[in-house]
Write a protein that binds this ligand. Structure first.
Ligand SMILES: [Zn+2]
Length: 378
């Protein structure tokens, strides 16, 4: 077994010092220095750094110019490897609303790599998040309208082995039957997004089985006091996990504290990275659409906001800088909560029995080292 000593160990309910985190492929627990010496073949010195659970990103399309939607094995490998450097140890590769043939190809590639990803030198594939194609053209955002389709539950049924999550618009014709079928016959999580659903329509969708909200506030109906919209419905339900792109641009950081106060263990930080992430400013394309990146902003030619270039660990800094949320709870928003939202019960915390996906973070929340399934990857 291995151990990490001399660190500030971030657990779901607080930070522990003076103990050794002991693990093999899974976390074996916290021990005294004396006990750890007898248990471990190898003990790493964290040198006072934070020992954090790996982050779980349930919504990310691309990185370093490579895109899940391309359906290319090498692209998935590059993305998985790159985001480990930002602290993401497991993730849901996310397809854009591209053609059904292209989505099928992307699913096949992720399906083929999922087993290998369990122990490879990158973030593990938990399952795919399909962002569309059963969404509303009126809230397409940066999704390609040409590929938006009416709901078809057979797509989910036949791909349920690799799908973790699907973003849908509840108000679209046929969606009640779609949601009820998916809920009854699969474990695929239904997420409301790219939608014009009002408060009542969203409440109904939650009754049909929706438990997740895709990039909350973005590409949905906002909250007004006499018309609470999609946002009002997902924020007021204790069943719904709410994604947040915490880059300070997609949602004003003045709302972070309120979102946390409302959602607590159901607030899920995501990056929603597109292909420009990790790249210099300039012109890029994603899902067949052109966009421009300047600073932290990605926009289509008409000014529509596209996905982000957020590094997951920078979300920690953004939330700490704009709220009074304690560090261990911020880490929960990036690890425990997203893992729970997609049923990845072996991920998300450093509690005994969980997979040993571990980060060492310095005082600026930069990722110094990452362990995947107990193996040090850098
Ligand atoms: Zn997205």
């Amino acid at each position: 077994m291995k151990g990490i000593r001399n660190g500030k160990i971030i657990l779901p309910d607080g930070i522990v010092e003076g103990k050794v985190l002991v693990f093999d492929q899974t976390v074996r627990g916290l021990y005294s220095e004396e006990e750890a010496k007898t248990l471990c073949d190898e003990i790493y010195d964290a040198d006072g750094k934070y020992v954090s659970p790996g982050f779980v990103d349930v919504h990310i399309h691309a990185y370093f110019g490579k895109d899940i939607s391309n359906g290319i094995e090498g692209d998935v490998r590059t993305i998985s490897h790159a985001i480990l450097r930002n602290g993401v140890t497991s993730y849901c590769p996310t397809t854009m609303t591209v053609s059904m043939a292209e989505i099928g190809q992307a699913l096949d590639v992720c399906r083929a790599l999922k087993g290998e990803s369990r122990t490879w030198d990158g973030a593990e594939i938990l399952g795919v998040h399909a962002e569309g194609p059963f969404i509303n053209k009126a809230k397409k955002g940066a999704q390609n309208e040409a590929h938006i389709l009416p709901p078809d539950a057979s797509f989910v049924l036949k791909n349920q082995d690799i799908l973790s999550l699907i973003t849908i618009a509840p108000e679209v014709d046929g969606m009640e039957e779609f949601c009820k079928t998916v809920k009854a016959e699969t474990d695929v999580v239904l997420s409301v997004g790219h939608t014009c659903a009002n408060y009542d329509q969203t409440k109904a969708a939650i009754e049909w089985g929706v438990t997740h909200s895709t990039h909350t506030f973005n590409a949905m109906v906002g909250l007004l006091h006499r018309d609470p919209g999609t946002v009002g419905a997902v924020l007021s339900s204790d069943k719904v996990y709410c994604e947040l792109i915490a880059d300070t641009f997609h949602v004003h950081p003045g709302l972070y504290q309120m979102l946390y106060n409302l959602k607590k263990d159901r607030l899920v930080v995501i990056t929603d990275c597109i292909s420009a992430a990790g790249m210099p400013e300039g012109e890029y394309s994603s899902g067949g659409l052109q966009f421009t990146v300047k600073g932290i902003e990605c926009r289509l030619p008409d000014g529509t906001i596209a996905g982000s270039v957020l590094r997951m660990n920078n979300a920690v800094k953004n939330i700490l800088a704009n709220t009074d949320i304690p560090l261990y709870e911020v880490i929960n928003l990036l690890s425990r909560n997203p893992a729970a939202s997609v049923g990845a019960t072996s991920k998300g915390t450093l509690e005994t029995g969980k997979d040993a996906d571990i980060l060492l973070l310095d005082g600026s929340y930069e990722v110094v080292s990452a362990f995947r399934m107990g193996e040090k990857k850098f």
